[in-house]
Design a protein. Sequence first.
Length: 131
Amino acid sequence: MKQIGLLNQPLSTVVSGMGHLDTLVIADAGLPIPSGTERIDLAVAKGIPGFIDTLRATLTELKIESVIIADGMAEHSPSIRAALDELIGDVPVHTVSHDTFKAQSASARAIVRTGEFSPYANIILVAGVVF
């Protein structure tokens, strides 16, 4: 049995298969997921698991070079934005409209649905390289 890192098998599989510039979305419970995009549904109940906890666990295994968020996060969920900034450090953050965010999500390797009920708690992680 795996004892550290991502314990969820579908999420671990997607992350281990990602290459440079591939994208992975971590989403709140309400983000629409297109039928052609892989859904990794972690949502159990309201707030379980949370967006930040899911992001933190994912970043233990995924090297990122940038992230994309919707422009409403800072206004509608400032505590989520502050926690996100703390987690990602100096990684570049690109802000787009919510409609653009949803359109870009469709091309991700997968969308991870959390139990997060905070508005705009969504992020596109752009994979980097470790060398």
